[in-house]
Design a protein around this ligand. Sequence first.
Ligand code: MOS
Length: 759
Amino acid sequence: MKFDTPAGNNPIDQLKVVGQPVDRIDGPLKTTGTAAYAYDRYDVVPNQAYGYVLGSAIAKGRILSMDLSAAKAAPGVITIVNAQNAGKLAKGDLNTAKLLGGPEIQHYHQAIAVVVAETFEQARAAAQLIRVDYARGKGSYDLAEVKNKASPADVFNSAGETAVGNFTGAFSSAPVQLDASYRTAHESHSMLEPHASVAAWDGDRLSLWTSNQMIAWAVSDMAKTLGISKEKIRVMSPYVGGGFGAKLFLRSDALMAALAARAAKRPVKVALQRALIPNNTVHRSATIQRVRIGAAKDGKITAIGHESWSGNLAGGGVEAGAVQTRALYAGANRMTSNRLAPLDLPEANAMRAPNEAPGLAVLEIAMDEMAEKLGLDPIEFRIRNDTQVVPDFPAKPGSSDPQSKKGEQKEKEAERPNPHPPFSKRQLVQCFQIGAQRFGWDKRSSSPGQVRDGRWLIGMGVASAFRDNLVTKSAARVRLDGRGGVTVETDMTDIGTGSYTIIAQTAAEMLGVPLNKVKVRLGDSSFPVSCGSGGQWGGNSSTSGVYAACMKLREAVAQKAGFSANDAVFADGQIRSGTQSVALAELAGARGIVAEDAIEFDKLNEQYQQSTFGAHFVEVGVDAVTGETRVRRMLAVCAAGRILNPKTARSQVIGAMTMGVGAALMEELAVDTRIGFFVNHDLAGYEVPVHADIPHQEVIFLDETDPISSPMKAKGVGELGICGIAAAVANAVYNATGVRVRDYPITLDKLIGKMPSAV
Ligand code: MOS
């Protein structure tokens, strides 16, 4: 099904099942521990051995020699695989560094061997007996140091740099100006379930039970790496204990399990130990950003410029902090620049709301600073600069494909058919207005450091939330059986987001059956290829694929009943036309009826800018003596199309807000710039918020539908919630203390010397 005209009325609009706050259908499995995650799959193949991955102890250089003799002789050891004996391997398309390093080493903790043994403990003990001699090379590990070597880098769906009007002239002549620089930290995804895989070979066929967000990408990258055909590989990932982008691509657990199982001639399971994950896998790059805003005295922005620098291994992508600044606020003269510097730290890659999360963490502090310079309320300042069209260059449509990285480096206004496309729907102002009322914004003191509650200095902050709504092709197969049951199969994943539930709701609505008649099977490469989970495109695109398949099934059922598909009604397990009705179960019979289709997004995506919007409100208390910050209350108001399930959507937003509080106050991978690795590479040293850090959260969804986005009229919310929240915290800290911190995370050492006197 091609989606090329705005959605009209369709069966989803009944909202009997879709739009309801249905409990997760996989909830009981998760809460009783019976949902089997990759490392739990003892059931799938007998005789599993254990693999333990050894990471490189240098960040850059070469392995001179590796002595395996003591390790091989250790109890229980079956085999050891390294680059010397693994056979010929290619690098996959989607990862930047090789997943098995040696002799050349590209980053610290790059996998250099996997030890296979009868037990996990034996494999781990033997791995410590491997003796490696290295020749350490010289690398670059400090972003600030290599910033000047950066060059403009394309973002996956837009050019690296843009310029509209005359930014320099307009900025220098603006009566009110802000020019400030900021930093965001290297961050680790820190999802609960580690990267883990069970691999088994049957002749030349590989079965892989793993934890991965994008099944089809895992298959194609494994095929490329091993040099075998995709048809020989089956990947299964029905449950994923969080990914946040860390599991978008094949990682070393999967490849090392496959290589180990081939060498050991028996199934092998590999989980990356927590302390290996931050340096072995991926992280979000730190950024350095500079924002310049010029405005007239009435608060209208006349010039806005945003430059962002991040770092990565050669061939890696950019963390593009400046992208949202192209679309969020009005202003005739503009420039954005996303620059990438070479770093020899581990591979940087997508982490929840790549680009916008660190970009808004900065832009929205700058907006707060500018509002203060103008003497305007920060909400009023944003409202005065609202725009219903894209003032800068819009993102190129329809490319959630990370392989289509290469565009032109610089876009020119004249080359575009519609230089300023309208947003399909934009209710940013409404989000602020509703939120201000709900949160009690009028109680905020406009001058900072004024409100005390015992030892606490109290402050409030706001920020805009903004994130593109990507749409991408997604297929599904739907089967109606002789008992009136429906089975949906698609390789879509549920990474804790609620995919199982919203897909079941979609099929139930489309076919007029109760939810408990729908069985959803996900995360298997033998099913039709879906959009997968990433970039907050999963919810809308995958259910639209199920919609397309259900439409086809409705036609097949109507035809069998002798009804016209156009006026047939599906309700209560029956198909009805006029006064006639037939039970679906009867029509399906013993053989059942099967339909398969994909949704494909087309031109609408070019004519309109699709984005999701929100407003974050945060109240903090800062201890007047110690400088410790505690979040007291948070509210997010979101405008993101139809909300398919308010319960799962809310969970997405509060989870993202929590992650944003981490970025604001705690999270930072500390770099040892002499050796080139992340020092705090476990959950003891890398701090994330816990329940006690998040006492109160509220989410409001505006009642919105967006017929431009899909037949579901929905959009993504999984990443919207993390966008802007860090700045709302930072602005609240400023409002509480009068101390402006431009360097995340806002730890007490950055506050304490500058706080107002505690006595
Ligand atoms: Mo998301 S960072 O694309 O999983």
